[in-house]
Design a protein around this ligand. Structure first.
Ligand code: UDP
Ligand code: MG
Length: 315
């Protein structure tokens, strides 16, 4: 007889004591409806609150629950990567801990997977209860990313998705130091399906994504999938040289045919500010790439697991 399908659900958690139990309950009631067995992998990303004791308690009570406890906060994308590394299921689902991604959608994802799609990602039609700034910046980010990259990374799509174990096998090989998981999943390819949904409000607690983390995520997204920002330097250089050359002719003509040469201090200052601004932006952009090259060269492990509970002897 064929063994029952194993589903893995990966949930990154960072200071989620307020929602964790609720999330567990809602996930469990959805996963019980699946046609196979499941494992629920929580990745505790160095939380400072009671998250870990809640996880210990859940794991003690329910043998479906497994958890990885990081030695510190390594970030959302790294937590997902770790969960996927440890997942043993035939289909692997990644979902946020705050119930913004409705767990009920998992059943539809599984249906699509059974129809033969290897990646089923959830695409947001609407986001409820988020600030205007967050929605606007996310929208701008996905549009910019889309323009800059050659890999077709779907817009308005987070990490809520189902992936076949074959896709995850390929993902594990990539081993990037600043992973932008949703981009990497597009990069590996396979048959993908977009499931549209409306994103709910956070069930409790506050966002764990301050501006700083959002900036890191967007820079990782752009720099790992596009060289365009580096080309910016060349384009800006060419443009400025053309302007400079034209202006040089003007200056020479002025010097030859007029007597009013010394005026123009303000234009000097304006040009100086403009050019040093552009040069600094370009230097910074170059630095972003060099920093990432440095990370890859150092080749440190992506994360450190202090404790892994519930996984049979593996790893
Ligand atoms: N998260 C994490 N590490 C972090 C920040 C966030 O594991 O450093 C988790 C968090 O617990 C949640 C998910 O990533 O499960 C998404 O975070 P959040 O809901 O705060 O982001 P938002 O929905 O506000 O963009
Ligand atoms: Mg959220």
């Amino acid at each position: 007889m064929k063994e029952a399908t194993l589903y893995s659900v990966v949930v990154p958690v960072y200071n989620e004591e307020e929602v964790l139990t609720q999330t567990y309950e809602r996930l469990t009631s959805v996963l019980a409806k699946l046609d196979g067995d499941y494992e629920l992998i929580f990745v505790n990303d160095g939380s400072q609150d009671k998250t870990i004791s809640i996880l210990q308690h859940l794991q003690f009570q329910d043998s479906h629950v497994k958890y990885l406890d990081f030695s510190r906060n390594f970030g959302h994308q790294v937590a997902i990567t770790a969960g996927v590394d440890y997942a043993q299921g035939e289909a692997i689902i990644v979902i946020d801990a705050d119930l913004q991604d409705p767990p009920e959608l998992i059943l539809e994802m599984v249906e699509k997977w059974q129809e033969g799609y290897q990646v089923v990602y959830a695409q947001r039609l609407k986001r409820k209860g988020e600030t205007f700034f967050k929605k606007w910046s996310a929208k701008m980010f996905y549009r910019t990313l889309h323009k800059l990259t050659e890999v077709d990374i779907p817009m308005d799509t987070g990490d809520f998705r189902l992936m076949d174990h074959k896709v995850c096998q390929e993902l594990r090989k990539l081993n990037e130091k600043n992973p932008f998981v949703r981009g990497l999943v597009s990069w590996v390819g396979f048959k993908q399906y977009a499931l549209q949904y409306e994103r709910d409000e956070r069930a409790a607690g506050e966002t764990k994504y301050p501006l700083k983390k959002m900036l890191k995520l967007s820079l990782d997204g752009i720099t790992s999938f596009s060289y365009q920002p580096l080309r910016l330097a060349s384009f800006a250089g060419i443009g400025l040289s053309i302007i400079g050359f034209c202006y040089m002719i003007v200056v020479i003509c002025q010097a030859l045919f007029t007597t009013t040469v010394v005026s123009g201090w303000s234009s000097m200052i304006v040009l100086q500010l403009l050019f040093s601004g552009i040069v600094l932006i370009i230097l910074g952009m170059t630095g972003e790439y060099i920093g990432r090259i440095y990370d890859e060269v150092k080749n440190r492990p992506l994360y450190i697991v202090e404790e892994a509970r519930g996984f049979e002897e593996k790893k």
